[in-house]
Design a protein around this ligand. Sequence first.
Ligand SMILES: [Zn+2]
Length: 132
Amino acid sequence: MAALDSSQLDQLVEKLKTDYQALLREVRDELENTGDQHRIDLLNSEPGDSGDESMANALADFNVAQLDRHVQSLRDIEAALQRVRNGEYGVCTDCGDDVSFARLQAYPTAKRCIVCQEKREREYAQEGHPKM
Ligand SMILES: [Zn+2]
């Protein structure tokens, strides 16, 4: 990790850990929210009674999707901290170049340098997901 000196690395690790704690708090909050009365009423209603069993499913799916995003973010941070331990943090996984400190400050979990990231996004756009 030639591009980062130890104080820069410390700063980024600190940010990763802070983000991680914040995400864990959000996941906990959301799990507690799944106990909210509206959802309980919906889930407790007899099938066919309110006539809307699929509503409960939709609500459950929504919560899972929310949690999935957080879980994915937690995994990204864990992977970044693992790269720190392995001495691979701040090195582009595609080309092996240094990822700039400025980019890591904006995206502490960035795995790729900006050149490789943009290349990937261009390829993704060409697969039928135009950005404009
Ligand atoms: Zn690269």
